[in-house]
Design a protein around this ligand. Structure first.
Ligand code: AMP
Length: 455
């Protein structure tokens, strides 16, 4: 056995004397979420180095962080990397490798990897699985039916109220949900999904009741049994101000989210998160990892599950990591050892708010390769700019390399103050075609204003 390999195994076994005195971490992915996770892990004194596979220009220039040219969906490549580099802890960012079973592959070789295995990751990988799971365990969600091309019944659609929601069951890069105004639009949408609009993701299609209410995200860590809730957060999915325009991966997020009151927090834990973790354990697929529930809070307060993500949200990760005071690697280790009930997460009392800076054309086809200006000026301001779609070109310039390019995060005594700091950062950065919303956090700011008027 090569020397590096035995070192990796010793570190995993915990037999090496240096287990807690130093640590090497691997973050898988290349977005803003992964930059924030890498930045956070690198802050721990015992962490000697953070590898990011494949990373971006932000992780390439972060102290203690090194990019490695292994793609996030190259499962065997990631396993080899973790073994060769004697990585002590791997944290998976995106859903793709989780749904493909990266955690199972790591486990099979005795490597510590934080995230759910292939089976529980179906909570994100298959909406059909999730709807069935929610119904079986009595967890509130919209009424729905799942169809394949063979079982599809247009008459069922015609009998439903409108608007009506049509969802490709599999992973569709956040694009597989269509809200249809009438039955004929819904039937046509379902057919185009069966015809391969989203590839295999549309083999099964979920037709779902349209829900009214206010959306909230709820993110926890789980260790198979125990749950550690994270600070609340809220994102903005639509591209344009006032929550208009096309759906995106997310144009900004803030934490805490006033919509998640202490009473709502308790209700979501009791009615959604606890029965989900218990249900998965009972079904023989215990869930370890970040779990993200997208919730629609009905006018009567019922927390209906819209979706689950089996990983941390992007851009929610960026403001949440700015507020996390605890060592993230310790929390992940506690989860992997099934002792999340013994640890607490400490949070900065300040609010954090992140604005996504996107390339022109996003969320459709975007131009790449535009030089980003102002990053040095931004680095002198308070707050933090996390990179997503960026890379270093041959001349050493940082250039755009994707739809969501950066996330500028500010902190403040309340969401309004965090918003001010974040916009000062965003306004110092430029490139051709740059677009960002001017109103991230507006609902929370309105609530803050109303609360201060009421005093
Ligand atoms: P999902 O990926 O299922 O969360 O859907 C993406 C977005 O579509 C959500 O964030 C909601 O804004 C919207 N959405 C999904 N399902 C429904 C529903 N049943 N009723 C109303 N809006 C929905």
């Amino acid at each position: 056995m090569p020397a590096v390999r035995s070192m990796a195994l010793r570190a995993v076994d915990g037999a090496g004397p240096a287990r807690h005195s130093f640590m090497k971490v691997l973050i898988v992915g290349s977005g803003g979420r992964e930059h924030a996770l890498a930045w956070k892990c690198a802050q721990a004194a015992r962490v000697t180095e953070v590898l990011v596979a494949p990373g971006n220009a932000g992780t390439a220039t972060e102290p203690k962080v090194r990019n490695v040219e292994v793609m996030a969906d190259d499962i065997q490549g990631l396993v080899r990397l973790a073994q060769d580099e004697a990585v002590d802890l791997t944290i998976i960012g995106p859903e793709g490798p989780l749904v493909m079973g990266v955690v199972d592959a790591f486990k099979a070789r005795g490597l510590k990897c934080f995230g759910p295995g292939r089976k529980p990751a179906q909570l994100e990988g298959s909406k059909a699985f999730t709807k069935d799971f929610l119904k079986r365990h009595g967890i509130p969600t919209a009424a729905s039916m799942t169809f394949t091309r063979e079982t599809f019944d247009p008459q069922y659609v015609q009998k439903q109220r409108t608007p009506i929601v049509v969802k490709a069951s599999g992973l569709a890069a956040g694009k597989g949900v269509v809200i249809c105004e009438n039955a004929s639009e819904a039937i046509a949408t379902a057919h185009s999904m069966f015809d391969g609009q989203f590839g295999d993701a549309g083999t099964e299609v979920v037709i779902e009741e349209f829900l009214e209410g206010e959306e909230a995200s709820f993110i926890v860590m789980a260790d198979g049994k125990h749950i550690l809730p994270f600070a609340s957060s809220q994102d903005h999915k639509r591209r344009d101000d006032g929550d208009h325009g096309p759906n995106t991966g997310g144009m900004g997020a803030y934490s805490p989210a006033p919509v998640v009151t202490p009473a709502m927090h308790a209700r979501i834990m009791k009615q959604v998160i606890e029965p989900t973790i218990k249900g998965l354990e009972k079904d023989g697929m215990p869930y370890t990892g970040f779990l993200y529930a997208g919730i629609m809070v009905a006018p009567d307060g019922t927390p209906n599950v819209l979706e689950f993500n089996c990983r941390f949200g992007d851009p929610e990760t960026q403001p949440i990591m700015m507020r996390l005071e605890s060592d993230l690697t310790e929390l992940c280790e506690a989860a992997l050892e099934g002792r999340l009930d013994k640890v607490k997460a400490k949070w900065d009392a300040r609010a954090a708010l992140g604005i996504v800076l996107a390339a022109g054309g996003y969320p459709d086809t975007v131009r790449r390769g535009d030089v980003i200006q102002g990053l040095d000026d931004a680095a002198k301001l308070p707050g933090k700019v996390f990179h997503a779609g960026t890379k270093l070109d041959e001349d050493g310039n940082i250039v755009t390399n994707g739809g969501r390019v950066l996330c500028a995060v500010g902190l403040g005594t309340n969401v309004r103050e965090a918003q001010r700091e974040a916009y000062a950062l965003a306004d110092s950065i430029h490139w051709n075609g740059l677009q960002y919303r001017r109103d991230i956090g507006y609902r929370a700011v309105e609530r803050e204003r109303a609360a201060s008027r009421g005093k």
